[in-house]
Design a protein around this ligand. Sequence first.
Ligand SMILES: Cc1cc2nc3c(=O)[nH]c(=O)nc-3n(C[C@H](O)[C@H](O)[C@H](O)COP(=O)(O)OP(=O)(O)OC[C@H]3O[C@@H](n4cnc5c(N)ncnc54)[C@H](O)[C@@H]3O)c2cc1C
Length: 478
Amino acid sequence: MGQADALPNPAPLVVVGAGPGGYAAAFLAADLGLEVVLVDPEPNPGGVCLYRGCIPSKALLHVAAVIAEARRAADWGVKFTKPKIDLERMRAWKDEVVSKMTGGLGQLMRSRKIHHIQGRAVFLDARTLQIETTSGERRSLGFEHAIVATGSSPVSLPGFPPYSSRILDSTGALEIAEIPKRLLVVGGGYIGLELGSVYAALGSKVTVVELMPSLLPGVDPDLVRPLARKLKGEFDGILLRTKVAAVEERAASVKVMLEGPDVDKPQRTVDQVLVSVGRRPNSGGLGLENTAVRIDDQGFIGVDAQLRTAEPSIFAIGDVVGQPMLAHKASHEGRTAVEAIAGHKVAFEKAAIPAVVFTDPEVAWCGLTEAEAKQQQRQVSVARFPWAASGRAQTLGRGDGLTKLIIDLETERILGVGLVGPGAGELIAEGVLAVEMAALATDLKLSIHPHPTLSETLMEAAEVFFGQSTHVHRPRRR
Ligand SMILES: Cc1cc2nc3c(=O)[nH]c(=O)nc-3n(C[C@H](O)[C@H](O)[C@H](O)COP(=O)(O)OP(=O)(O)OC[C@H]3O[C@@H](n4cnc5c(N)ncnc54)[C@H](O)[C@@H]3O)c2cc1C
């Protein structure tokens, strides 16, 4: 139990769960001078994001990008031979990235003198936790404040066989135990498309099945279109409005039955199935029924703008409190909760929480979308800058991108930004700053962007709004 033995009981603050929400909260609390206990089953902080989410998936996507780039280099007069995949080395590299990052977080935790208990916590009441350590010890710990940061888990589909070496969830898929000849991805959300892209680059024939009429349901169709077009060339099949009606695991394969208007071959045999149909909050089994904390019918913990639950001593943050289930949202909520506990006047009121899909091309957006503007009947103008007109995009052989600004017609404030193209995930940060700082289209237009870069597409999209883009001739519509 380590430093926990030297702990005052009650502890001023206990953080339950050490994902990007929990560890960011614990670290800030320690920086503000609070004595903190951090409880999590893993040996080091990191949570889903570092151990089985954002970081390992991005390490593998980097491998996929290298393979794709080497293939495309033939267009530029450089021919590489077919890549030889050393799966063991690839896995080791991914694991090295994870252990470097989580080990670093462990050091940061220790240098801040945070008490770490490796185990699981359950609420006995609004002031007491029972903690069972991974070594089997049980102890109760009082607290003045607690932050629930227990994250989320993959949803499993009713009627599906349990997860196995053939029926994978995202955690199993990240293990890349083998490269299946045929992989069926159930769910065309960001996790399915990211992991599907990894396997396709490694040589699997990937088919994606999505219940809704488009990939990345809910995402701006202007941004999804270029990605869907590219994935059509890389995946063996993309079946929209399609349901997996039955799954039967066999010794060496999986038999699936598909249903949908576009399904020409309802019965298929594949080597593995990846189920990526969403995530559910980890709010059960925490003993929250012993407190006044409220949980909605989807399992999310109810919180106010300071992330305080209905129980004044208990706060909750991250995936367990709601969408968007993203690491950076969790971290910012964690920091807000800690500031509230420290007595600062704060609220979590973000105008822009960016979202990024790390496929090729990447898709990224923040703030108001075009569809939301329509729904809310807001008077906006949508300025689009196609990357075909960007010098930098052409030097990369990637004229297929798009930058899009949603601009308030009256105030000319930038309300939302959408991007699709390589590097969109990095570029969206400028959009976040613009939206959060209430920048006007003029601010973006007059800020000199370096040439030749993809960032110029944001400046030129603002120029498009005024009908004055250097590289797109499109008079302003009044
Ligand atoms: C494959 C994949 C890729 C992803 N890619 C991205 C991405 O690119 N960008 C992004 O922003 N997000 C991504 N996400 C989502 C991201 O991982 C989550 O939004 C983020 O981890 C949520 O952080 P959190 O702190 O709320 O909880 P989590 O990271 O889920 O951490 C919760 C922690 O609490 C622990 N815990 C649970 N119950 C208890 C208990 N009773 N006692 C003690 N500890 C407990 C868990 O073991 C876990 O360590 C991805 C997710 C997956 C699965």
